[in-house]
Design a protein around this ligand. Structure first.
Ligand SMILES: [Zn+2]
Length: 219
């Protein structure tokens, strides 16, 4: 019982980002929130919570992919700091459960190499607290350094992503952590024809934020 683990971390009263008391700089509205992040750190996030047209898809995005968000994501994923996992969706748990009540979460895939390197599936950890059904419906054949490719070549991502043999329900909420070009989501969408599909990315890249917003997305 000596080692401090992720669960203890969440129960403690300190912000999981800055380790100061969680009540720091919280507004009266946030005062009783179960957010694992203090008011000051939460203020560094840029919440967008809107639906954007990305490659013709309606993509619901919760945050802007700012450099602050990027740093946190890097520490969480590449630094394997799993205590940071609830940081991203804590303010949205009930909202997402309500909005996507009848949907089953299908995760964007992780390559075998990345899984071995990290030892955990970041998306699974991020969505752990969301009480919706979840399945892994895709595989990533090898790790594809998407960000380093020029725009036109990103379409090659479609060759890397494939369905696995898990059968999927009709209503699917496709999720990914960061939407940059949208080609990963598009490749998955193309493999899910006939399903009733909603798409959620935790953060949307700045360049894509300029795209038109779409109304009437929510059921
Ligand atoms: Zn903090």
């Amino acid at each position: 019982m000596s080692k401090r683990n992720h669960y203890d971390e969440q129960k403690s009263e300190d912000c999981v980002i800055c380790f100061e008391p969680r009540m720091n700089q919280r507004s009266i509205f946030e005062y009783f929130s179960n957010d694992c992040v203090c008011g000051k750190c939460r203020s560094y996030f840029t919440i967008v919570d809107d639906v954007f047209d990305v490659l013709g898809m309606k993509v619901h995005s919760l945050y802007a992919y700012t450099s602050y968000f990027e740093d946190l994501m890097f520490t969480f994923k590449e630094g394997a700091d799993v205590a940071l996992a609830p940081v991203f969706l804590d303010p949205f748990i009930h909202y997402l459960e309500k909005t996507y009540k009848d949907y089953t979460i299908v995760f964007a895939p992780i390559s075998k190499e990345k899984l071995e390197e990290r030892g955990f599936v970041p998306l699974e950890k991020m969505f752990e607290q969301i009480r919706l059904k979840k399945v892994h419906g895709f595989v990533k054949r090898f790790d594809y350094k998407q960000n380093k490719q020029v725009a036109g070549k990103r379409k090659d991502v479609a060759k890397v992503i494939a369905r696995n043999d898990v059968s999927l329900p009709h209503k699917i909420l496709l999720v990914d952590d960061v939407c940059t070009s949208g080609h990963t989501l598009k490749a998955m969408q193309d493999l899910l024809k006939g399903h009733e599909l909603k798409i959620l990315c935790v953060a949307l890249h700045q360049t894509t934020l300029g795209k038109p917003k779409v109304k009437d997305n929510f059921a």
